[in-house]
Write a protein of this length. Structure first.
Length: 434
């Protein structure tokens, strides 16, 4: 069927209508006429793939990556970067209105990023190559044992083995290609299933976490092989989640410098992934604050916001429940007497606290806040809230609840931490009425 794309929606798809059904199509632009084939169909709902472009948008450009459209990593490489920012602002505004009934008519301040090479973290899947059988018929005796590395295909758990990735840092790309060569040569263990890599701010040292289906025998020998393949490694961790077994080769962390502050970041700790916008994000969240007696940094991670907040507030209480991140947080807060660390679920901490802070900084995971957390925040009644969100739908839901609890939105910022994808980071400032 042929459909005309009406708009882009959150999730990377375009929306159209056909014979009373809503049609969702990826890799399109508003105004385009496309021929599509259904891949999932219900009475009022169709998910489809593009078969041909009947009328292309004048904005459409050629994708930079040869894997675009197959690899599940990017959604918008067919859209010029300036247009991506415009569409993301429109999507954010509509998501707030549709899901939160928030009519934000004022400016959404956009913070752009360099469009390529921005990621300091990547997660690569390792699987047997799909064409191994074909290689075997060509006479390669060991081809059936070859492993490939890359990302999952879009909407699939099948491997898209990649030869390039334009959104990761130069060192991450170098690491990916070195691992690809080692896997093709059969130099790495057969049980390897995933490698997560994180690089420091200068893009000189990677932290590698290798996940296995069955812990490898002769682990120390395999660790040496990894170091020969990737000589820049700062720390290497082998992990078999099925048996909860780990072995560490190195210090277990690297130091990431942002805004003149060195943060310890370990193998299982969260840190912002856009190496170009981290300092700007911190400035927006912290440096425009008025300061005061007490600030709460909830979902604090390794303390990215806590340390600069301490320059403006007499006391900062940082709350983090993830044990790995909490260990890094404790280390990063040492010798900073005005910062108190609480290793606890945010809801449990808010149940116990009786103090009223001037500011609460929220940086929750994609699921957003629980109703209990919102109720507790309303009870301690901070004068100001800064909400850092990576998921507009849950942000819209939570902002609606905070509005009912007596807060007005004063600013909305869109940080484009994830160019070429539908993802976006949003910073919203709220003030208590009266």
């Amino acid at each position: 069927m042929d459909v005309t794309i009406e708009k882009l929606i959150y999730g990377g798809e375009g929306l159209a209508h056909h014979e009373g059904a809503t049609v969702f199509v990826p890799f399109v632009l508003p105004g385009e006429r496309v021929g599509v084939a259904p891949i999932e169909q219900k009475k009022k709902f169709v998910r489809a793939r593009v078969e041909r472009i009947v009328e292309a948008s004048p904005e459409r450009v050629a994708a930079r990556c040869p894997h675009f459209g197959v690899c599940g990593g990017c959604d918008y490489q067919h859209i010029p970067y300036e247009a991506q920012l415009r569409y993301k602002s429109e999507i954010l505004r509509e998501t707030l209105r549709r899901l939160g009934r928030i009519e934000w008519t004022a400016e959404i301040t956009t913070h752009p990023s360099p469009a390529w090479g921005y990621r300091n973290r990547a997660q690569w899947k390792v699987r047997p190559l799909e064409d191994a059988a074909a290689d075997a018929t060509a006479g390669t005796t060991d081809s059936k044992n070859k492993l490939g590395i890359g990302y999952f295909r879009a909407n699939s758990t099948a491997l898209c083995a990649v030869e390039d990735c334009s959104i990761i840092s130069p060192l991450l790309l170098k690491t990916l290609l070195a691992l690809r060569g080692a896997l093709a040569a059969g130099a790495l263990p057969r049980g390897l299933r995933e490698i997560e890599a994180f690089v420091d701010a200068r893009d000189t040292k990677p932290l590698l976490t290798a996940t296995f289906a069955g812990f490898p025998s002769r682990a120390a020998e395999h660790a040496e092989t990894f170091r020969r393949v990737v000589p820049e490694i700062a720390s290497l961790l082998f992990h078999d989640p099925s048996h909860d077994r780990m072995e560490l080769f190195g210090p277990g962390f690297l130091d990431y410098e942002a805004g003149g502050i060195a943060y310890r970041v370990g193998h299982f700790s969260f840190f912002q992934v856009n190496r170009f916008l981290i300092e700007e994000l911190v400035r927006e969240v912290v440096e425009r604050e008025e300061g005061g007696r007490l600030a709460l940094d909830l979902f604090a991670g390794v303390g990215l916001f806590s340390v600069p907040l301490a320059k403006r507030f007499e006391r900062v209480v940082s709350v983090e429940s993830n044990p790995a991140a909490a260990r890094d947080l404790e280390t990063n807060m040492r010798s900073r007497g005005t910062i108190e660390v609480r290793t606890a679920e945010v809801e449990r901490f808010l149940e116990r606290t009786k103090e009223r802070p001037e500011l609460v900084v929220l940086d929750p995971p994609r699921a957003g806040l629980t109703p209990e957390a919102i109720q507790r925040i309303a009870k301690i009644a901070p004068a100001r809230i800064t909400y850092v969100s990576c998921e507009p739908p849950t942000l819209a839901r939570d902002l609606a609840s905070l509005a009912k609890a007596g807060y007005d939105y004063t600013e909305v910022h869109l940080f484009d931490l994830f160019p070429q994808t539908f993802h976006m980071e949003t910073v919203v400032r709220l003030r208590r009425r009266g």
